[in-house]
Every structure is written in structure tokens, then in C-alpha cells.
Design a protein around this ligand. Structure first.
Ligand SMILES: C[S@@+](CC[C@H](N)C(=O)[O-])C[C@H]1O[C@@H](n2cnc3c(N)ncnc32)[C@H](O)[C@@H]1O
Length: 341
């Protein structure tokens, strides 16, 4: 059977230019890593003047339908017959909160939210927990979290989210944002600011519904204002199922001071990857996006391998590179923690 995906219109024009290619790479990775290779013959196709990504697959089972509904690329999903007629399929979104949680904040240096979701999905797919996601709230760390795009995506998916960030202004901005957002949405929650090992810390616990909050089925977001190397002091080893992060690009990004702090992303990654690795549970996975004009893929892969991570290196995993602007060529790399550190 043939299916078609209408790719989400992106708010970022540059990212939108690469949207179909990224959609096909995402489809291929999910097919191989989670769906046992069920999807084939992916192509870009124009139907009635609109571009779609189409593919073949057997009749969709629960798992395939659910993953296809939650691809970063998916705006709408259709069955496609031989005459080119589209039949809309319902989407089984994992989203547990309103989508403005990831889209409403606008600031220089924000990671595109569709790209963040893509990085999250391929990292989840690489882990041993892709199927467990439905049964328990996974623990996700963004150790360079900025103003929290990954944290918000994690919450959207019903995961516990933890962030670490060196720029104090980002901590303050996120702290204000998330507390205002949960209030505006009238979600039952608690918010506590305090300290851990000398670093400022915010803990928010929220219920996606009143009933869930009462039953103690809450989601936690923890944000620590610290250098990323503090992950080793603040969190127990093997605390996280997934690490998902967008590394500094090594270029000045608007008014964002954080990138000025880390002008040498490769040096930062070389010293931080061992720390992050220790925080990852066996079976977990780490996904990093970075600017490959300042660090080569081979070098990052080497750093990960030296730290006992198994790099996902299929042709699809190597197809995510795309242009952001004249000084940023973004790529992503994903690796698994097969054993204990
Ligand atoms: C590309 S940005 C991430 C943006 C984030 N995903 C968002 O959407 O808000 C990289 C972040 O790494 C932070 N950073 C750089 N060096 C750091 C360090 N040593 N420890 C912690 N954070 C650091 C920067 O301040 C910046 O916020």
C-alpha cells in the first residue's frame, strides 16, 4: 500500500527548503530502527501542485501508525491509491500538552522546534526505550538547554525533562516562561526554586490533567543554572534514558551570550561527552546536533566511540545535514549506550 505525508510548513524559511529531504531521512531511520524496515520506496511527489513525501508499507499496525503520526515532518498523513487519490488518516499524536508550549517562545538562538522534534525522535528511535515510551515517562536531559526547546518537547511527549545551561539569563527566562505557561493553561502544578551544589535550580511538577495530578502521575521539569560539566556533580550516574542537545554553533548568534562563552564547540564536546555518557542509562541514546563547519562528523563519532557509545552510522543517519545560514551547516549524530559506562 502507498501512503503520503504532507510535510509541516516550517516557520523558518531556510529550514523549510530542506524539509522534504529531512522528512525522508527521518522516515528511513524510524523504519529501520523501530518498524523493522516496513517502509520502502520513499520519494518526493507532487500531487495537485502540492509536494508530499510518499512511501510504500504494508497496512499500518498500531506501532507504525503511531510513529508516522509523530514524525517531526508530519502535518497530515494519507493513504494514496493508484489513481492518486488521497484518503486522510487520523493522527495519533503523543502530545500531552498544547503545542504552543514549544512554539510560543521566540528569541535569538532558539533551536527550530521542528528540528528539535526530529532530533528527539531519531534519538528515541536509537534507544532501547522506543517501545517503553507508551508505558512510562522517560527521563530526558538537555545538558546545553538554552531557553528549553528540548525540555518543552520532552514534556509534550510525556517525559520528565532536565536541563543544564550556563547562561543565567536563559535560566531566568525559562523559569518565568514555564511558570506563566502552566498558570495560563490552568494546569495543577508546583514550582520550587532552590539550590543544588551551589547552583540555582528550578523544579516544576505538573499534571497534564487534574485527575492525573491528584493520582500523582505528574511530569517533572528540572532546570539547573550551571556549566554542563556540573552534570557529574548534580545527577547520579545512569539517571537519564535520553540526552538530546543542540550544541553551540561557534558563531555569535544575535544577542545570545552563551555561544560567545563557548567559541570552540569541539573542545566543549570533547570534555563534556564523557560526563554526559556517565549520566546515560544502559540502553539509552544521545543525539547531538552541531555546526559541521566548525567540527567534522568523524571527530564527533570518534569522541563518542572512545566513550563507549555505539554511533548510528546508516546512510539515513548521514542524511540530516542541512544549511541554516552562511555560517551554519547543521548536522546531527546519534549514538547508543549499549553497556554501562
Ligand atoms: C545552540 S544553543 C541551544 C539552544 C536551545 N536548544 C534552545 O532552543 O533554547 C547552545 C547552548 O549551549 C549553552 N552553553 C555553551 N557552553 C556551555 C557550557 N559550558 N555549559 C552549559 N551550557 C553551555 C549556550 O549558552 C547555549 O544556550
Amino acid at each position: 500500500m502507498r501512503y503520503a505525508i504532507l510535510v509541516s510548513p516550517s516557520t523558518n524559511r531556510v529550514y523549510a527548503q530542506s524539509a522534504s529531504a529531512l522528512a525522508m531521512a527521518e522516515l528511513q531511520v524510524i523504519s529501520t530502527d523501530v518498524l523493522g524496515g516496513a517502509l520502502s520506496d520513499m520519494q518526493e511527489q507532487t500531487l495537485g501542485s502540492v509536494r508530499y513525501v510518499t512511501f510504500s508499507a504494508p497496512a499500518l499496525d498500531e506501532l507504525a501508525h503511531s510513529w508516522l503520526s509523530n514524525l517531526a515532518a508530519t502535518f497530515a498523513l494519507f493513504g494514496l491509491d493508484d489513481a492518486g487519490k488521497l484518503t486522510p488518516l487520523d493522527l495519533r499524536r503523543w502530545d500531552q500538552l498544547d503545542s504552543d508550549l514549544v512554539s510560543i517562545q521566540k528569541y535569538a538562538g532558539k533551536t527550530n522546534e521542528a528540528f528539535t522534534k526530529l532530533l528527539f525522535n531519531v534519538t528515541l528511535a536509537a534507544s532501547a526505550f522506543a517501545l517503553e515510551k507508551e508505558r512510562r515517562a522517560l527521563a530526558v536531559l538537555d545538558p546545553l538547554c538554552g531557553r528549553g526547546t528540548t525540555l518543552n518537547q520532552a514534556l509534550m511527549y510525556g517525559c520528565h525533562a532536565t536541563g543544564v545551561e550556563i547562561d543565567k539569563k536563559d535560566f531566568e527566562a525559562y523559569s518565568l516562561f514555564i511558570q506563566r505557561w502552566v498558570k495560563d493553561k490552568r494546569l495543577k502544578h508546583s514550582a520550587v526554586t532552590g539550590h543544588v551544589k551551589g547552583h540555582s535550580k528550578l523544579d516544576v511538577e505538573l499534571g497534564t490533567s487534574k485527575e492525573r495530578y491528584k493520582a500523582g502521575e505528574t511530569l517533572r521539569v528540572t532546570y539547573v543554572s550551571a556549566d554542563t560539566h556540573a552534570v557529574a556533580d548534580v545527577f547520579q550516574p545512569r539517571s537519564f534514558d535520553l540526552i538530546v542537545t543542540d550544541a553551540p554553533y561557534g558563531v555569535q548568534h544575535g544577542a545570545q551570550s552563551g555561544d560567545a562563552i563557548s567559541r570552540k564547540p569541539l573542545e566543549l564536546l570533547a570534555s563534556a561527552i564523557p560526563v554526559w555518557r556517565a549520566a546515560l542509562r544502559p540502553g539509552g541514546a544521545i543525539g547531538i546536533s552541531w555546526n559541521n563547519l566548525v567540527a567534522r562528523r568523524e571527530k564527533l563519532a570518534q569522541l563518542m566511540t572512545e566513550n563507549g557509545l555505539e554511533v548510528c552510522d546508516s546512510p539515513a543517519h548521514r542524511s540530516f545535514e542541512h544549511r541554516v545560514d552562511h555560517s551554519i551547516q547543521r548536522d546531527l549524530i546519534v549514538a547508543r549506550a549499549v553497556t554501562s559506562p
